[in-house]
Ligand binder design. Sequence first.
Ligand SMILES: Cc1cc2nc3c(=O)[nH]c(=O)nc-3n(C[C@H](O)[C@H](O)[C@H](O)COP(=O)(O)OP(=O)(O)OC[C@H]3O[C@@H](n4cnc5c(N)ncnc54)[C@H](O)[C@@H]3O)c2cc1C
Length: 372
Amino acid sequence: MSAPRVLVVGGGIAGLSAAWGLSRRGFAVELFEQGPLPNPRASSHDEHRIIRHAYGELEGYAHMMPAAFRLWEALWAETGARHYDDLPVIYFMRGETPWYEPTRRSLDRLGIAHADIPLAEIPARFPMIEPAGLTRVMRTAGGGILYPVRILTDLVKLLGRRGVALHANTRVEAIDAEAGTLRTAAGTVRGDAVIVAAGAWAARLVPSLADAAVPSRQAVMFLAPPPELEAAWAAAPVMIDLGEESGTYTLPPRAGTRLKIGDHRFTRAGDPDGDRAGTDEDVARLLDAASRAWRGFDRYTVLERKACFYTVTEDERFILRREGARAWLCSACSGHGFKLGVLMGDAVAGAVAGERDAASLTRWAAGLDIPD
Ligand SMILES: Cc1cc2nc3c(=O)[nH]c(=O)nc-3n(C[C@H](O)[C@H](O)[C@H](O)COP(=O)(O)OP(=O)(O)OC[C@H]3O[C@@H](n4cnc5c(N)ncnc54)[C@H](O)[C@@H]3O)c2cc1C
């Protein structure tokens, strides 16, 4: 008897990881991607992404991180390349934040080292950071940088070697969740199950998602530091500013990547098929925040302004759920889904295999399972 066939829509981290998980479980897999593989328009496609255990009020996700790290290690073992730099992640707080207490609690429970850095040490240790207004600075272990373009590229090659049928430049026009089929311009493809991991485009295939998750256009800037700060940046950790006005995340220039600053305030607007060059309007808030978070921001050279997309739910939780008799939705959304994408893809593959029921998958993926 031939292996059950699963059709995966989307070649971002969630879809590729689902295909990897299905292939490991013995399924025949076909993956459909509307663009090239990997696709520069995917949310997952960038020079770097932050991975961390610190998760604030979304504590359930902190408790998923050990399993996510184990899967990343399994991936490196199979591809032969470890696209991860273990670096401290430093949080710069400017005023009281509800993020601190649950983070401290879950890091303690997980045995992840953390410590506050005396504010008096900040100017010497982090000369790029604006010290005015800081109320607490916390250093955490158990995190660092993932290198997504390299990860996606290796995953695509790995799936090819594993015999997954990869259909690049093949847009899925519709799915039939009851029949387990999908339609492309070439015709209908039959499977035993369909997984939709279509990122910011997912609601076009699963219209009910539109009520729960909206595409959000987000700005990032790649920068060259002034010469006098090059050495400091080369040794810099990942840095996250949690200030109301200065809220930003910063990835240092490591392993051939560029220095990047991004904005974690959601726009909840835009069309993922639109132009991706960062406009003046896209970067206006980011420029303002960057000039509050960093010292002497006007001395940096802007190399690129870029807009990218993800979907955002009201409470920033992921949506993994069963659709009809034969389809599954895997939406690792809300701007924190790369580090966990490998785990979400694997979990939906496990659900297709009957390893867990749909209700428990949905609850767990929403970060609602917090161990006693
Ligand atoms: C600027 C930015 C910074 C971020 N920073 C972090 C971070 O530091 N840490 C972190 O963990 N996460 C971060 N994220 C979030 C993370 O990147 C996303 O949550 C994650 O990549 C989502 O992966 P995905 O596979 O669900 O979606 P995507 O990567 O978007 O993949 C979906 C794929 O489906 C394809 N597709 C869509 N519709 C169809 C169709 N009809 N037919 C065929 N193919 C289709 C798309 O072309 C796309 O390639 C960030 C995101 C952005 C944009």
